[in-house]
Design a protein around this ligand. Structure first.
Ligand code: NAP
Length: 251
């Protein structure tokens, strides 16, 4: 038996278990299982790894993507630069576990964004400042796109508040990425508090949320003529990358 899983808390709305169960059935991977491991505290992680000797690796979700770094034996350069890990691979040497951390959100975001980019997109606004926002910013930085974060509590020089978002800021930033959970099921009537009237046909709105497929943020952007992308493609790309990491003996 090869076991994989997801740690986070709570895990009620998680997509990963459903995704991997379908994948295992489709690809006849009958020896594989994917389980949710809701952990109330990361202090429970070492016991989980010890008590589950067939656990090959796991995904990490809210609220542990950043905090988990302190519990790992190795962090790859990309995840270390981002400061967030969403995939952990477990190597065992004579029974002793060695935990290696990676970030596949950045791969998922990069690969799904690429077809929509054009040379006019030089500046981006990132709504939110959590783990996903960090992965998004790292990708945009590598693409040479300047980023400004929008936060409810701006604390750094590259962060502004929602009330600071005005016409000139939106005029320059033609890419707006929502990395907040605002608008996600069950609160589908909610949307980030931005001045949608400044959105134009030149804008690209990317929502990391995948449930619902069209959030109010995307629907309102579309009303002003923007191109829109949801988080579904990123989701499957990051999951497949995690699968690759867990099963690549060279990683
Ligand atoms: P996180 O670490 O909790 O960060 C979310 C950020 O959103 C917070 O730092 C906060 O920033 C902002 N925020 C939270 N609640 C808010 C509210 N009520 N109003 C306005 N802003 C709020 O979560 P995450 O791991 O970055 O994930 C964020 C979202 O991305 C989730 O919906 C997750 O499902 C989605 N996601 C999707 C994929 C995919 O593959 N499609 C991958 C990763 C994440 P401030 O405190 O600075 O305002």
């Amino acid at each position: 038996m090869k076991r994989y899983g997801l740690i986070g808390y709570p895990l009620s709305h998680s997509f990963s278990k459903h995704y991997f169960e379908e994948k295992f059935a489709r690809e006849n991977l009958s020896e594989c299982r994917y389980e949710n491991f809701p952990l109330q505290s990361l202090e429970e992680l070492s016991r989980l790894v010890k008590d589950t000797p067939d656990l090959q690796g796991f995904n990490v979700t809210i609220p542990y993507k950043e905090k988990v770094l302190a519990h790992l034996d190795y962090i790859d350069d990309n995840a270390s630069e981002i400061g967030a890990v969403n995939t952990v691979k477990i190597d065992r040497h004579r029974g002793k576990p060695f935990l290696k951390g990676y970030n596949t959100d950045s791969f998922g975001f990069y690969t799904s964004l690429l077809p929509f980019l054009n040379k006019n997109i030089t500046d981006a606004i990132i709504l939110g400042t959590g783990g996903a926002a960090k992965a998004v910013a790292s990708v945009l930085k590598k693409l040479g796109i300047s980023c400004l974060f929008v936060s409810r509590h701006p604390m750094r020089s590259d962060q502004i508040s929602y009330t600071d978002l005005c016409g000139p800021v939106l005029y320059h930033a033609q890419l707006i990425v929502n990395t907040t959970p605002v608008g996600m099921v069950p609160d589908t009537d909610a949307c980030p508090d931005i001045p949608y009237e400044f959105i134009t046909v030149k804008h690209l709105l990317y929502d990391l949320i995948y449930n619902p497929a069209e959030t109010k943020f995307l629907a309102r952007g579309k009303q002003w003529g923007a191109r829109v992308v949801n988080g579904l493609s990123m989701l499957s790309l990051q999951a497949e990358k995690a699968w690759e990491i867990w099963n690549d003996d060279c990683v």
